[in-house]
Design a protein around this ligand. Structure first.
Ligand code: GRF
Length: 222
């Protein structure tokens, strides 16, 4: 896509929609050259729907339970997204597995965010799993969706420290604050045409990578 034009987004949600809000805010602050053409929720009670409406964004409820199969539901969602000329699909707390119908309709054009440092802790309830495992760092990952669960090419990650006595809520909030920073950034990199997927890796053009001597150690060395 042309690097100078805003990218058309479709955002899929199931719940609170704080990542949706972070994307809306980044667009409004002009840090992200994107237009949200449509928000789709598979649940009528998703708080995120209100956020969309408050910002004048077209929002649709497509309830998965009303469809006979995952594929039939995905077909409906794909039709709604294509009808609005969506180029990049953003999963933001969308609690449904995607069928090949969706993944093939938007190859390497679906992003998801996961509240752990993939490939550690895929799946659900991962903040508690990280605490229970006793890891010293966890974080969040934005990746391109492939057919495997939480398995696609990784675009950007943020690491946060984990304390042994963290509660699930404390760690979730710490991670979520970073989600809200890295998701808009990943979308902006896409909009600038800087993401190139080769095999399971994402190469970022003109990437100012972390200096390789900038190491995080937890607990810190004295
Ligand atoms: C986030 O933790 C995200 O990583 C996960 O679901 C949660 C969604 O939160 N996929 P919100 O609905 O964006 O507030």
């Amino acid at each position: 896509m042309a690097a100078d034009s805003a990218v058309n987004l479709g955002v899929l949600i199931s719940g609170f929609g704080s990542n949706l809000q972070a994307i809306i805010d980044a667009i409004e602050r002009r840090e992200l050259a994107a237009r949200i053409k449509l928000v789709v929720s598979n649940r009528a009670d998703a708080v995120g729907l209100e956020r969309a409406r408050r910002h004048g964004i077209d929002a649709l409820v497509i309830e998965n339970r009303k469809f006979p199969s995952r594929e039939a539901f995905d077909r409906e969602v794909v039709t709604a997204l294509k009808a609005r000329d969506v180029e990049l699909v953003i999963l933001a707390g969308f609690m449904r597995l995607l069928s090949p119908v969706m993944v093939q309709a938007f190859p390497n054009r679906i992003m998801n965010i996961h509240p752990a440092l993939l490939p550690s802790f895929p799946g659900l309830h991962v903040q508690q799993a990280a605490i229970d495992h006793g890891v010293r760092f966890s974080g969040c990952t934005v990746f391109f969706v492939s057919q495997g669960l939480d398995d696609g090419p990784i675009i950007i990650q943020a690491a946060v420290p984990v304390r042994p006595d963290d509660t699930e809520q404390e760690l979730s909030e710490r991670i979520l604050a970073q989600e809200h920073r890295i998701y808009p950034r990943a979308i902006q990199l896409y909009q600038e045409g800087r993401l190139e997927v080769r095999g399971r890796k994402v190469y970022i053009k003109d990437d100012a990578s972390q200096p390789i001597d900038q190491v995080l150690i937890n607990p810190p060395l004295r």
